[in-house]
Design a binder for this molecule. Structure first.
Ligand code: ATP
Length: 473
């Protein structure tokens, strides 16, 4: 159907169509096109009907060079993105166009506005997505088919952690991984791309970018585009998919910009009135089917560290686990720098992970919390002032904290240590032994940056033998 641009107001346009019946007017969510003075096609998404023959639409590209009266074409459907195995190893924009200099993608294409599975179709997120990372699987198990929030300032290891999780998903779960870059700096996306290539996860992953500097419409739709691609892997290939969103707060922010441009009055503390619905529409699509699941890890920027911010609070209601990265842990070289006390997961109850895991995790947390509590006293007065009971807790907490570090496969190139994947059972056995005092006589360093307790003890014995040989020689 044909129409013409009737008004242009930055990224918001109104287009009038030649309609014979009201139902033929482009629908909300439908894509319409117009050409700018350079002959380039500019896409818009219809966001509201303003009259029987007119729509308001938001640009998904730069609107400079557009003129009133320009012919507008309704495409008859929403934005569609390519799906399928062809996505692997590709870096795409929100339209599914290559950003990696490679060939254009072919059919099939799926519309980005897809229904979330209904309550009867979805499988509750009561299963653990094993990451192979001791500290995560023990204290903040990632729920399969649900969302986990990732929190941490600059330089504490967010990107490295995301890449290790991608690596383990591909190599252990034979799953697919997707990275949605939303509203962050383009330079970071380029670095991520290089790091992904270097650490060997790029070939099995797909990156979808709607970065800072793109129009709000593009940034707002990036998450939906990436989820559509993930849904193909879950529903057609029946494979588990891990979707990273960096940063989901920027999705809310883009929605707010769109809302402001449309002249909608803001509600809570300046956010869009549609905030809850927009977040829910996105998060509800992250779910399991009978055969496979979309599991999502979402970096969350917390403005001014204020967790009562309405957007952050809204995002929190959809998160089933929290991975909090700590600057102190990173400074001490305790990688992955996951904060063992701040991180949590709704799965950590005996009904879901079993009585043993829940008990070991609670005990580990108690000992680590005790150590935190005593740190200042130790710094001031030294260990000698502690009661024997507290001294024992400190000794075990320090060993436990070191046991919860481990080398990553994706950092092998610069740490020189091969990465390890530790199965949950081995993590539990190691933590149980440390808490029972079986490692009290071991040097702390013997438990640092390794895998299972058995592997660490083996490493210690071999190291000891090598030392003896060295001395003998
Ligand atoms: N698991 C790890 N093992 C060893 N070193 C690590 C690990 N994680 C992070 N580092 C070190 O910390 C540095 C910063 O990590 P990373 O780039 O992941 O941080 P970030 O939080 O994503 O930072 P930014 O916010 O700047 O993107 C790495 O270059 C590396 O030196």
């Amino acid at each position: 159907m044909w129409g013409a641009l009737h008004s242009i107001n930055g990224p918001v346009v109104e287009a009038r169509f030649l309609v014979d019946r009201p139902e033929t007017l482009p629908k909300i969510g439908e894509l319409i096109h117009a050409r700018n003075t350079r002959g380039q096609r500019v896409a818009f998404e219809v966001v509201s009907h303003v009259a029987a023959d007119s729509v308001r639409a938001i640009a998904l590209a730069d609107t400079r060079g557009l003129e009133v009266g320009e012919r507008t074409i309704a495409t008859g459907g929403p934005l569609e993105v390519p799906v399928g195995e062809q996505l692997r190893g590709r870096i795409l924009d929100v339209f599914g166009r290559p950003l990696d200099g490679g060939a254009a993608l072919a059919e099939p294409r799926w519309p980005i506005h897809r229904r979330a599975p209904s309550l009867t179709e979805r499988v509750p997120a009561h299963a653990v997505f094993e990451t192979g990372l001791k500290i995560v699987d023990l204290l903040a198990p990632v729920p399969r088919g649900a969302s986990t929030g990732l929190f941490g300032g600059a330089g504490v290891g967010k990107t490295v952690l995301m890449m290790e999780l991608m690596h383990n998903t591909v190599h252990r779960h034979h799953g697919a991984t997707l990275f949605a870059g939303i509203g962050e700096r383009s330079r970071e996306a380029r670095e991520l791309w290089l790091e992904m290539a270097e650490s060997g996860v790029l070939d099995s992953s797909t990156v979808v970018l709607g970065q800072m500097g793109e129009t709000p419409g593009v940034r707002f739709r990036t998450a939906a585009a990436a989820l559509t691609m993930a849904e193909w892997f879950r529903d057609e290939a029946r494979r588990d998919v891990l979707v990273f969103m960096d940063n989901v707060f920027r999705f809310v922010q883009a929605g707010n910009e769109v809302s402001g441009m449309l002249g909608r009055p803001p509600s809570r503390v300046g956010y869009q009135p549609t905030l809850a619905a927009e977040v829910a529409a996105l998060q509800e699509r992250i779910s399991s089917s009978v055969d496979a699941a979309i599991t999502s890890i979402q970096a969350v920027y917390v403005p001014a560290d204020d967790i009562t911010d309405p957007a952050v609070a809204e995002l929190f209601t959809h998160l089933d686990a929290f991975l909090v990265l700590s600057r102190e842990a990173a400074a001490e070289g305790l990688y992955p720098a996951v904060d063992p006390l701040e991180s949590s997961s709704s799965l950590l109850t005996s009904a879901i992970v079993g009585e043993r895991h829940a008990r070991i995790a609670a005990e580990a947390r108690r000992v680590l919390a005790k150590y935190e509590e005593l740190r200042d006293i130790i710094a001031l007065m030294g260990m000698d002032e502690l009661t024997p009971r507290d001294r024992e807790a400190v000794l075990r907490a320090r060993r436990l904290r070191r046991f919860l570090t481990q080398p990553f496969a994706v950092t092998e190139a610069y740490t020189g240590k091969p990465g390890v994947y530790v199965e949950l059972e081995q993590t539990l056995a190691g933590v149980e032994a440390i808490l029972a005092g079986e490692c009290d006589d071991l040097a702390e360093a013997a438990l640092y940056m390794g895998g299972s307790l058995d592997a660490l003890l083996r490493r210690g014995r071999e190291g000891g033998r090598a030392d003896e040989q060295g001395r003998a020689g």
